[in-house]
Design a protein around this ligand. Sequence first.
Ligand SMILES: Nc1nc2c(ncn2[C@@H]2O[C@@H]3COP(=O)(O)O[C@H]4[C@@H](O)[C@H](n5cnc6c(=O)[nH]c(N)nc65)O[C@@H]4COP(=O)(O)O[C@H]3[C@H]2O)c(=O)[nH]1
Length: 535
Amino acid sequence: MSAIVNALIAGRHRRLLRGVLWGAILAALLGLGYGFVHWQVRSFIRHDQRAELARINSIRTGVVDALRMLQRDATAVPCSRDFLAQMRRVAFLPDGLNEFLYAPGGRIECSTSQPSFEPPVLLAAPDIATTTSNDPSWRVDRDLASIGLAGVIGTIAQLGNFAVAIPPYTRYENESPWLHKELVSRGADGKVWSVAGDRGLFESLEAEKHPSLGAGLTTLTSSICDPAGPYCVASRANLFDWAKDWLPILSSTILLAALFAWVCANNIADWLARYWSFEARFTRGLNAQSIVVAYQPLVDLKTDDIVGVEVLARWRDVDGTLVAPNRFIDIVARSGRTGEFTQLVVDRAYAELSEHIGRDTPLEVSFNVFAPDFDSTDLLKIFVKFLGEPQRFRAAVELVENHDIDFESAQCTIEALAAAGVRTFIDDFGTGYSSIERVARLAVHGVKLDRSFAMSPPDSVMGRMLVQVIEIIKTTGRLIIVEGVETLARLNVLRATGLVDYVQGYVISRPLDINELTALLARGNAAWSIRPAAA
Ligand SMILES: Nc1nc2c(ncn2[C@@H]2O[C@@H]3COP(=O)(O)O[C@H]4[C@@H](O)[C@H](n5cnc6c(=O)[nH]c(N)nc65)O[C@@H]4COP(=O)(O)O[C@H]3[C@H]2O)c(=O)[nH]1
């Protein structure tokens, strides 16, 4: 049994439980939220990187197409008026490329904006040399002042005699502060040129060995390369910075999550309290294994012998403690499982008594039955095992009268039970609905005086009534059992009346388990000295 269940059963630490549940639910919700944001940002990064590669590839395709078009269409005498017009026709195509250069062997002789360069401008060796005649070579991060674009750093792509100046890629400027990106171009030798974005990010992620998506708790990093081209994109997102962008929405979401968690925690704590309440535990756990019985000896005052036992039910709780019947008898009565309960008690008692009590010790075994179950057909079925051994056991029924009892049918039941050898006693006489008139009208074998009479101090009202009540009952001719006899003095008073047939109470024995009962019976009536010293 875990400490948590013990605490739930005992109803301890309720506030702590609510707090812990609240914390756990809130943590789970925040965890889910975090996972969702993580996943969203990660998807965004992937999508963004693919879009970025597609975009840069389309620019590259545009460059290559334009250079090929120039090779095909610029057929006039190089740098002549017609030639420049042919170059400008290509430059006016809507692809954003407009500064074309005529640069045979890397010497710029003219461009779309400058009819001639005197002397020709010499282009330095390409950074990424062409591998096929169809592919341009690339000069990256070049100062374009020499071709008339002062203050501009750009890229020059060259295919054959033609080249094009590509302005800087400014897309990444002013992008979200939480997402850092770098677009790079890689040469065949693995050398990397930053095209745009945060210089060095790609190489630092490579050095950190982040070949693909890697994720920390607050930082997401990813770098991917285009398998078909020279470009790679590296991204690093900081979730704290991302959160700053969404602060108002995030804080209201966290507040709502905290409230929701509180409502859930309370509901769960209430449900747990109900689930582990005594009534729920008992209703769930009532079965043949959890029912325990105790036996309280019944002594015949004429012989001082134990002639019978009252079987008293107990219930083993899930934490192993033994629960007294006053906590669960009402629950059984409310649940409508009275017949099933009595059957469990009777079966348990029969199993124990038939195994431990010798055949030479006949016993009257008395059971409490619920008034609504007082029906001979049902009861004879319940007692069938005891009825099968009449030499060893005599079953008896103790019935607490209540206003629902129908005299006619109760009388029939008493007679049918008597015919089968089962005696009926009115239990707890003197309390509740029992009256002398009812005792007189019902053909019960005996009356059990409520223990409150014998247990009351002799000078109390109940104590003083004890002998009178016994005398009145005796006028009905019924047997009298007095229970709750706790002292020898009280026992002697009862014995002195000469009217009491049986006694039961702590002066003889408390309710015992089967081993204690067997030991008591083995010792015989020497085990309880209840005879007056003079006797
Ligand atoms: N202080 C004191 N108490 C004494 C003395 N002698 C006996 N008792 C207690 O008085 C109760 C006698 O049982 P009850 O009147 O049938 O009253 C029983 C009975 O009404 C009910 N009950 C117990 N077992 C069953 C059962 O199997 N079925 C039904 N329907 N009710 C049961 O629970 C009640 C309480 O049972 P228990 O707690 O076992 O309490 C028992 C017993 O332990 C004594 O000298 N001093």
